[in-house]
Each structure stands twice: as C-alpha cells, then as structure tokens.
Write a protein that binds this ligand. Structure first.
Ligand SMILES: Nc1nc2c(ncn2[C@@H]2O[C@H](COP(=O)(O)OP(=O)(O)OP(=O)(O)O)[C@@H](O)[C@H]2O)c(=O)[nH]1
Length: 700
C-alpha cells in the first residue's frame, strides 16, 4: 500500500496551551468537524476521546499526549478543496508533564497556541512558548473562549506581543465579545461571517459598519506585516496601491512569514460553542508547514559522528525517531514514531544505533486516541505506532541497516522531588518492580532507583502531582497498593574544593590479586557540566584500555552520592598519574580504584547539598496579594517581579522546593480557591550550611 496523501498535504501539529485554555475541547471539536467522531465528548462528563486514561478522566486534565489523525479540505485559501491529512499531538498544559510537551515539540512541524481570551498569556503559556522557540516550531494563535465574560481580543493580542516577545498578526476580528460573540471579520477578504448558534457553521453576512474602522486598521497592520516578508506586497504597499494587493498575495506572505517564524497569525473563537474551529482548520492548512516545507533533519553517523541529513522523501533510506513508549495490557509495548525519511514496512529489519541492536518491525498502526488502525507501511512525514520493538527507548533512532544515522535525543528534565515507596508484601514486590520499570520506560522524567540502605524504591520526578499519578497508576494498572513515604526534595551533592588524591587498590588474598593505582585531581566543575574527565597521564603509566574503566568507577560513585545518597554533580577529575601490575591489573580493579579514589577525594574536598529552587508564578486577585507575598517570604521565597491588569496580580518568585510541599493546595485554601500557581525548576543552589545540618539529621 503506497501513501494515500501526498506529503505536501500533511500537517503534523500540536496544540499547546496553559491548563484550562481549552486544548482538549478544541481537539474534540476538530475531530468532530473533520468527521472522526460523531458525538462530541464534554470534558466535564469525563467522556472525551483524547483523555482516555483513567486518571485523565478523573482529573479532567491531559496527562498523556495522544496522537490522532484527521482529514480536512480547506474552505478558503490557496489549498481550497484539497484533502489534507492533519496529525495532531495533544500536549498537556500542566508543568509537571513538561516532558510530554518536550517530546511533542520535538516531532511536530507546527503548532496551534491556544489562549483563554479573557486571560491573555498566562505563565504556563510562556514556558511552552519558549520551549517551542527552542525547537523552531512555526505557530498560529487561537484566542479561545471569546464567548466568556471578560474576553478581550485586543488585550490578548497585546499580551502575546509583550509577554512572548512575538509578532502577532490578527487575520480576524471578533464580532462582539462575551455572550455577544457571534462571528468574525476575515481581514484578508474584508468579509464578515456569522457562526450558527447550534452547529457553529460559518456563513457570510453583511459587514458590521461599526467595526469598519477597527477592521481597516488591523488590515493595514496585516499588510505591513506581509510587506516585511513578500516583495510584491512590499512594492504595492510602498507605492500606496493597497487596493491592488490580492488575497492570494496576502495568503502567500502569511504562509511564508509563519514558516520563517517572523509572524504569528491570530484567530479567535469559542471551541466550546464550536465557533471558529473550521476557520482555524483552514489556517492550519494554509499557514503551517508540510514536512516537505522544512529543512532536512540532521543527524550523525553512529561511529564516526559525521553529520548527515535526511529529507522528507520516501525514496531516501528510512529514518524514524522514537518519541514515546506506552505499555498496553493487550498488545504490550507501543512505540510512537515520527518517520522523517523513507518507508517503514512490517517485517523489515532496521537498526537502532544507540542500543546497537537490530530490530524487526512488527505491526504498524495509526492511532486515534485509544483506537488503532493497522497498516502495512508508513512513510516520511507519518506519525505512527509500532508494536514489538523490544529494545527501544524514548529518544532512540530507527534507521535503514545500510544507512545508519542517529538523530539528537530528547532533553529530559531534572527531577525535583523524591518519594520512597515499598510494596506491602513480598508477593507484591515483584509486581511493583515490573510496574515501575514499565512506567519509567514510558516516562523518562520519572527515575527509579533502589535506596541501598533501606532497600526501598526511590521515585524522583517533576513535582507532587507527577509522582502522585505514578503511584495511582501502579494501583490501577498494576494492582499494587504501595506504601508511600512523604515526598522529599531531590537534593544533589557538589564538591566544595579541589584536592589531589593518591589511591592504591591492592588485594592479595589467595587466587589472582587485584592491583590498581591512580592519582587524580578532583574538584568542582561549572554548573551543568556533569563529569568532566581528563586523562592527563604520560608515558603510558596507565595503559589506555584501563582509562574508561576508571571513568566508569567515578561515574558510579557520583551516582551513589557521598554525603547522603544524592547524585554528585559538576565534577572535574584529572587523572595525572598511576601505576599497574603486570599480572594483577584488570579493568575491574581500575573501576574499583576509580570509585574508591573518588569517594575518598570527595570526603576530603567537602560536599555540600544543592537544592532545587523553583520559579513560582502566582496569579491572585488583588485582595489576597498581601497574604500571598507574606506566605512566599515565609517559605524563603524571593519575589522577582509583579505585574497585573484589572484586579488580578501575578507575582513571580523563586522559592526552594523544600518549602513548597503542598503549596498549591495551601494557596487555594488561603485565597478561597481564587489564586493559582505554577512551579517549575529554575536552578540548583547550595543549601545554607545551617540548614544542611538539619537536612542531614532528618535523613538519619
Ligand atoms: N466559555 C468557554 N469555555 C470553554 C471553551 N473551551 C473550553 N472551555 C472550558 O474550559 C475548561 C477547560 O477546557 P479543556 O478543554 O479541558 O482545557 P485544556 O486546556 O485541555 O486543559 P488541560 O488538558 O487540563 O490542560 C472546560 O471547562 C471547558 O468546558 C470556550 O470556548 N468557551
């Protein structure tokens, strides 16, 4: 079966937004209008198609980004009447699930940024927006909830410009706002459309003269933005021939400007009322890129690390990226793939260079929320799922055997909190371990290690909600009722100063002996550098084959921690001297020597704890501002900024994670549920010495 839709007619998009801006509702409406589902699910009733995991239904928030496919024929614009395949990745808005956003942004080609038109840009939208900038994702903006009291189109556009430092270009102007919201003016065509109350269907109506001046002004702004990217529009604009500028020219310029990320077309509507959704679909096709519009992806060859590219073409050797794993009771492990080049067929052998494994491609399918459509092959541009790829991990590349390539992996966020859990019985122990292995494979922002002292499993993750959901999934999906400790801060350890360490590991108790001797300088390295290991030995005092063994030993010791079992970070180790024994020196002996030498050095250098410090953004009604500020300072918080419009204030502060447990709940309590907060990792800072003592005592 060859491909059914040409690659130029693909749009791989994500829908990104602040919690509650209406992503899930919008996605449901898109699926409705594109004919994939008949009855629209309502988020409240817990019956939507995309939010299908049990926890999602209970919590009404989107945890997993599900992928789904829809077909759309634009009603206007350059592609009018041609069927386009839109692959949609739903992305959660909660900051605890940033890995989900990150992996979606990694594989999608364009995005719709949804905002609540009564709020404008909210803190979480800023985070996601910057993530999208980092990935170079072209965007269009949808100002949702225009029907809500307080909806303000101009304020929202302004906040996109101010807070996101973007270039928003309205292509529509709403007719009415709040309960009076009834339609839009299309600024390219200068025509007015009315949305049917029941069906949301747009139909042309008489131009509202009261909006004429505002519409003209916005159209001029649109033309100016287009003139910056398109020569023809520029010429006509400069010559004052505004009336000669055609709809086609504006469409072309808007598309080019969006693809080059010079501008962001802005549309509006009310997803809940089905208003504006079809026009948004037109804009997705008209302004967002097809895979073939984008530069070829870059990767490196596995051994020689030579740069190579793969373009969105099915004749090229196959290359696909694993962006997500999911475990399914019925079919086992589901691997989500974005195919960048070539064709992947059932039964074909492919290479996974990072794991140095060959894999045979099993069943292939397209996903629609939790339903599946099996296919024999998938092509460049597709987003699909594959079964029975056993050795695969998130961030891996799958490629043709004869043309190996590794694409850049995903960035995994740092965990900030830790939770000890324990099975209630021996019988459950194994079940719990299996469950955790699977959950950690699905979610690379979850780390699981065994505490060597207590034998408990230690989970670390992005926040309280994140770990709460993991424990919940253990119960519902794996039937394990675990005993759960209090959440704790995921500290790190770092060295205070540089020391020289001479370490000789000698063992001669019958049988073959062990001998390894290393001399190294061990000290702190700049933030974020992990382990910098330098071999500075001369004249082969330590043969080259033992060097990686020493590094491995150091790495292991860093992972285990020296002071209180937290990983040691940012270390420079300079191996300067050493010696070997003809018979008794082995890689194992050198690994041990590396590990013990590091531990000894770290103890002498002194270790201090680093604590995660979070960026906290609180949005609160003005009347609670004093209360919120007082509470933040009691939590060792530093307020960094305050702004606000109307009676709402937003405060940004940095607060140590250690004093943030239960913050969101307590904030709600203090403000009658009216203030909201988002937390994300800002940095790691040394714990004050006086506090370090008490943290360590509490550990005992
Ligand atoms: N007034 C109004 N409410 C809307 C509109 N769209 C969505 N909502 C409501 O806003 C709330 C949040 O909608 P969701 O679709 O769950 O938002 P979300 O962004 O997907 O939320 P998360 O999945 O938790 O990130 C729900 O109560 C919706 O009914 C709209 O156009 N107008």
């Amino acid at each position: 079966m060859s491909r059914t839709t040409r690659i130029e007619r693909y749009r791989n998009i994500g829908i990104m937004a602040h919690i509650d801006a209406g992503k899930t509702t919008l996605t449901e409406r898109i699926l409705f209008f594109t004919g994939r589902i008949r009855a629209m699910g309502e988020v409240h009733a817990g019956s939507t198609e995309m939010d299908w995991m049990v926890q999602e239904k209970q919590r009404g928030i989107t945890i997993t980004s599900a992928a789904t496919t829809a077909f759309w024929k634009p009603m206007r614009g350059p592609f009018v009447g041609t069927a386009h395949r839109i692959n949609i990745l739903d992305t959660p808005g909660h900051v605890d699930f940033t890995i989900e956003v990150e992996r979606s942004l990694r594989v999608l080609d364009g995005a719709v940024a949804v905002f609540d038109a009564s709020q404008g840009v909210e803190p979480q939208s800023e985070t996601v927006w910057h993530q999208a900038n980092r990935h170079g994702v072209p965007r269009i903006a949808f100002l949702n909830k225009m029907d809500k009291v307080g909806a303000d189109f101009a304020m929202s556009v302004h906040s996109i410009r101010q807070r996101l430092d973007a270039n928003p270009v309205p292509v529509q102007l709403p007719i009415g706002a709040g309960p009076e919201f009834s339609g839009v003016v299309d600024l390219l065509r200068m025509k007015a459309f009315h949305f049917d109350e029941a069906s949301g269907e747009p139909s042309e109506r008489e131009f509202p003269e009261a909006l004429r001046a505002e519409a003209e002004a916005l159209r001029l702004r649109l033309i100016e933005a287009c003139a910056e990217v398109d020569g023809t529009v520029l010429r006509k604009y400069v010559e004052g021939r505004l009336a000669d500028i055609t709809e086609e020219e504006l469409e072309r310029a808007l598309r080019a400007g969006t693809l080059q990320r010079q501008l962001v077309p802005v549309l509006c509507g009310a997803a809940f009322k089905k208003k504006g959704v079809q026009m948004l679909l037109d804009a997705v096709v008209n302004y967002l890129p097809a895979p073939s519009d984008l530069p070829a992806v870059e990767g490196v060859t596995p051994d020689t690390e030579v740069q190579v590219t793969r373009s969105a073409n099915e004749e090229e050797p196959v290359c696909a990226f694993v962006f997500k794993l999911m475990h399914d009771k019925a079919v086992g492990s589901i691997v989500f793939l974005r195919v960048y080049s070539g064709t992947l067929r059932t039964g074909m052998a492919v290479l996974n260079p990072r794991q140095q494994r060959r894999e045979r491609v099993g069943r292939l399918m397209f996903m629609h929320a939790n339903k599946r459509e099996e296919v024999d092959e998938v092509h460049a541009g597709d987003i699909c799922a594959a079964l029975n790829l056993r050795g695969v991990r998130t961030g891996d590349t799958l490629c043709a055997l004869e043309a190996p390539v590794v694409l850049e992996s995903l960035r995994f966020p740092e965990p900030v909190i830790q939770l000890a859990i324990e099975a209630r019985s021996r019988g459950e122990q194994q079940k719990m371990e299996d469950g955790l292995v699977r959950l950690a494979a699905e979610d690379p922002s979850l780390r699981v290690v065994v505490d060597p002292e207590t034998g408990q499993q230690l989970l670390s993750g992005m926040g309280e909600l994140h770990l709460e959901i993991v424990v919940d999934r253990l119960r519902t999906e794996y039937g394990v009722e675990a005993r759960v400790g209090q959440p704790k801060v995921a500290y790190r350890e770092s060295l205070r100063q540089k020391v020289r360490q001479d370490y000789r590991h000698v063992r001669q108790t019958g049988g073959p002996g062990q001998y390894a001797h290393v001399v190294m300088e061990v000290g702190p390295a700049p933030r974020g550098s992990g382990l910098v290991f330098v071999d500075d030995t001369h004249n082969g005092v330590i043969p080259k084959e033992f060097i990686p063994a020493i590094e491995k030993g150091v790495e292991g010791a860093m992972q285990r921690g020296v002071l209180a079992g937290y990983p040691v970070v940012d270390v420079e180790v300079r191996l300067v001297d050493g010696s070997t024994h003809v018979r008794d020196s082995t890689p194992q002996a050198f690994t041990l020597a590396g590990s013990l030498a590091f531990q000894e050095a770290a103890r002498r250098a002194g270790v201090r704890l680093l604590e995660p410090v979070m960026d906290v953004e609180v949005t609160t009604p003005e009347e609670f501002l004093g209360e919120v500020l007082g509470d933040l300072s009691a939590r060792r918080g530093r307020v960094r900024g305050m702004e606000g419009h109307g009676t709402v204030r937003s405060v940004s502060a940095q607060v140590p994670m250690a004093s943030l447990f239960g913050y969101v709940t307590s904030l709600r309590g203090r403000t009658q549920g009216r203030a909201m907060a988002t937390l994300k990792l800002a940095t790691y800072e040394p714990v004050p010495d006086t506090l370090q003592e008490s943290v360590l005592e509490a550990q005992q």
